[in-house]
Design a binder for this molecule. Structure first.
Ligand code: MRU
Length: 343
């Protein structure tokens, strides 16, 4: 996602429409930005942090001529509303806090100055995300020899960030370097981010990709067809526990059972330094109809109870290493850059 060409809106690909249609949308109001994040038109932890920052500025631009105290009050209100749309990905609250902090550091700015400061900060968050993805890719690609077969879950690619992705970044860098890589994409029920999004973007990039249903991963591992797992993260806490798309924990358990390395790829903005362990992570619960339907097709009795947690927590014991833009970290996890790195 990015600024609109006129610089007055957040521009996104509407991911709800993929892979059938690649439709771009421009969002200007706080309601439009909230709706896009809540309904997963824009999704993926880094992407929603960047989208929230740009969308926040876009939502304030019409108030450029208002009294600065009113603009500050709106900033706080809009940041609270956008930041409250999804609870698990720490990048969202991180970005909203960063935008508020930069405004607080300039207490006597005019409204026009304030909006310029906020625009620069949102652009910095966007640019940093692009750079962090590239750095994750460069570091992660060192672990990918020619011929590697990689399993991934959900979508932690370009669509989920402003750059080349997190879990898919090492894949793109290895592919750019001419190494042959094969990706197996879990379809990722209930919203099919793997089959709809990961398969779509890898195919466009010319990276060989095969879609499997979530239940197939263990038997592929047993058959010796997977060399490593690469996944993204929505929140990584101090002890190395990782919240990511529901089903990631299953993948980590079966990878451990088969002796296959399980790598988590994430930018520094995904590390929640304030939380000690995964038990304290707020897991988003989504609407039951997402499980009862596959798009418009009903796949369960309409009134049957269902559960729909969007994420699970993979305990750090199952994580081989965490690949960040600042280095590769292994247990015991201590995210105190530059200490604790193992690369
Ligand atoms: O509900 P989603 O589609 O936003 O979930 C996304 C994931 O779980 C991703 O793996 C994670 O955000 C990392 S994206 C680089």
């Amino acid at each position: 996602m990015q600024w609109s060409p006129a610089g007055d809106a957040l521009r996104i690909i509407d991911q709800r429409r993929l892979p059938d249609a690649c439709v771009e949308r421009e969002l200007r109001t706080v309601e439009e930005v909230m709706e896009a994040i809540r309904t997963l038109a824009v999704r993926g932890a880094p992407a929603i942090g960047v989208a929230a920052a740009i969308g926040l500025v876009a939502s304030l631009l019409p108030f450029r001529d208002e009294d600065p105290h009113l603009v500050r009050a709106r900033l706080q209100a809009h940041a609270g509303l956008i930041g409250g749309t999804r609870p698990t990905a720490v990048n969202l609250s991180w970005a909203m806090q960063r935008m508020q902090d930069v405004a607080a550091a300039r207490p006597v700015a005019t409204s026009a100055e304030l909006l310029d400061i906020l625009r620069r900060e949102a652009t910095a968050i966007l640019d940093e995300d692009i750079a962090m993805c590239r750095a994750i890719g460069t570091r992660g690609a060192t672990l990918i020899p020619d011929g590697t077969r990689i399993l991934t879950h959900c979508n932690a690619g370009a669509l989920a960030t402003a750059g080349i992705g997190t879990a898919l970044a090492p894949v793109y860098v290895a592919h750019e370097a001419g190494r042959s890589v094969q990706v197996f994409a879990d379809e990722t029920r209930p919203l099919l981010q793997g089959s709809r999004l990961t398969a779509w973007e890898l195919e466009r990039a010319g990276v060989p990709v095969t879609v499997i249903t979530d239940a197939m991963a263990a038997s592929l591992m047993r058959a010796g067809e997977i060399d490593m797992v690469l996944v993204g993260a929505d929140r990584i806490v101090r002890n190395g526990d990782v919240a990511n798309k529901i089903g990631t924990y299953n993948v980590a358990v079966i990878a451990k059972h088969h002796g296959i390395p399980f790598y988590v790829c994430a930018p520094w903005s995904t590390i929640d330094h304030a939380t000690a362990s995964g038990a304290a992570i707020d897991i988003e619960q989504r609407h039951a109809d997402e499980v009862r339907h596959v798009r418009d097709t009903v796949v369960a009795p309409v009134n049957i109870p269902v559960r729909n947690p969007a994420f699970d927590v993979t305990p750090h014991e199952l994580v081989t290493a965490i690949i960040t833009d600042r280095g590769i970290y292994r247990a015991p996890y201590a995210f105190t850059f530059p200490h604790g790195r193992t690369d």
